[in-house]
Design a binder for this molecule. Structure first.
Ligand code: AHG
Ligand code: MN
Ligand code: MN
Length: 336
């Protein structure tokens, strides 16, 4: 039997290459890994939870069943707080950032930003969901409670970022600024195994992913790009294929492997776009660039250069294979 590298072994082997080799980042990853296994377990029995819900059952502590996104938020928060390696957390599920006030935590140098359950509307219909995370060095001095500016940092400051996809198998994909690696979870062993080393966006792709139901609400450039994708042209292998799951993690993951572009543009309904800069766009943009792809918010404006002004800020988001993002950018330039 061939033994592959486990996530734990990989992290130990790479520790010396991490931006700080003190072991704190490794401990942080092990907290994320643990929480992801707990969420994996819960996601996998989501259908069963519905059955017990329908007969009015409560969980072992006698509490009502929580919504899975709230559950995932709690598990990640608890795992991160318990290790004493994070001084604060900001989450899509929390209005304000969370301070970890134990002395050990206040001396830690990292903050975590997280979308605990991405694509949660897909849970009820047995379609893949995910967790997205992003790690920064705090901007304020250690030993004190974290402050807002620790979280409002441009994506370029990310130390690490990644996602967990709870799909037909569960995978963790992450970067520490030195390429992107993917690990598949083996539930029988309880370990993540390196299955996708050095992941790269194919330069060219044939998939475009957008909620086309909103077509009428998009601006000219995006409309023209959609039409471009649909035109017949054997030389560029058009028309392209349209694929949209409605979970950013799943749409991104497929495009990363097969080559494609994901778009969540501004629209008349969402003038700023819908996806959140801190919890969704920045981590995905960091991964994309580390995998040779590109992520922009508008013509010639990279996601990672934006200086956030609000915790739950939304931005237009275009990410994927370099040639496709470049092509889109031309349409944004010409048609707005
Ligand atoms: P979340 O479940 O964390 O709120 O995120 C849902 C997001 C994202 O995953 C997905 O790409 C997008 O919303 C889908 O939006 P539409 O339903 O408007 O297409
Ligand atoms: Mn989300
Ligand atoms: Mn979410």
């Amino acid at each position: 039997m061939e033994i592959t590298t486990t996530l734990g072994e990989f992290i130990v082997a790479r520790q010396s290459e991490y931006p700080d080799a003190s072991g704190e980042l490794s401990a942080l990853f092990s907290a994320i890994r643990l929480a992801s296994k707990i969420v994996h377990r819960e996601v996998n029995k989501a259908g069963l939870a519905d059955i017990s819900d329908s007969v009015g059952s409560k969980n072992v502590q006698g509490e009502e069943q929580k919504k899975l996104d709230v559950y995932a938020n709690e598990k990640f928060k608890m795992a991160l707080a318990a290790r004493g390696v994070v001084c604060g957390l900001a989450s899509e599920e929390e209005e304000n950032f969370v301070l970890f006030e134990e002395a050990l935590n206040m001396n830690a140098k990292y903050v975590v930003l997280i979308d605990p359950l991405d694509g949660s509307s897909n849970i009820d219909v047995n379609v893949s969901v995910g967790t997205i995370f992003s790690i920064y060095r705090r901007a304020s001095p250690t030993g004190q409670p974290v402050v807002k500016k620790d979280f409002l940092q441009p994506g370029n400051n990310q130390v690490a970022a990644g996602y967990v996809i709870y799909g037909s198998s569960t995978m963790m994909v992450f970067t520490t600024g030195n390429g992107v690696n993917g690990f598949t979870y083996d539930p029988s062993l309880g370990v993540y195994c390196l299955s996708h080393p050095n992941m790269q966006f194919p330069d060219h792709g044939r998939i475009y992913s957008i909620n086309e139901g909103n077509y009428i609400r998009f601006r000219g450039g995006v409309k023209k790009f959609i039409k471009y994708c649909q035109e017949e042209d054997p030389e560029t292998q058009r028309p392209y294929t349209s694929r949209y799951i409605g979970s950013l993690v799943s749409d991104f993951h497929r495009n990363l492997i097969k080559g494609g572009i994901f778009l969540y543009p501004a629209s008349s309904q969402y003038p700023e776009g819908k996806l959140r800069l801190l919890y969704e766009c920045n981590p995905m943009a960091f991964l994309a660039e580390q995998a040779g792809g590109r992520a922009i918010v508008s013509e010639s404006k990279s996601v990672l250069d934006l200086v956030p002004t609000q915790m739950h800020q939304r931005v237009p988001f275009f990410v994927g294979s370099r040639a496709l993002v470049d092509k889109l950018e031309g349409f944004l330039h010409d048609y707005g």
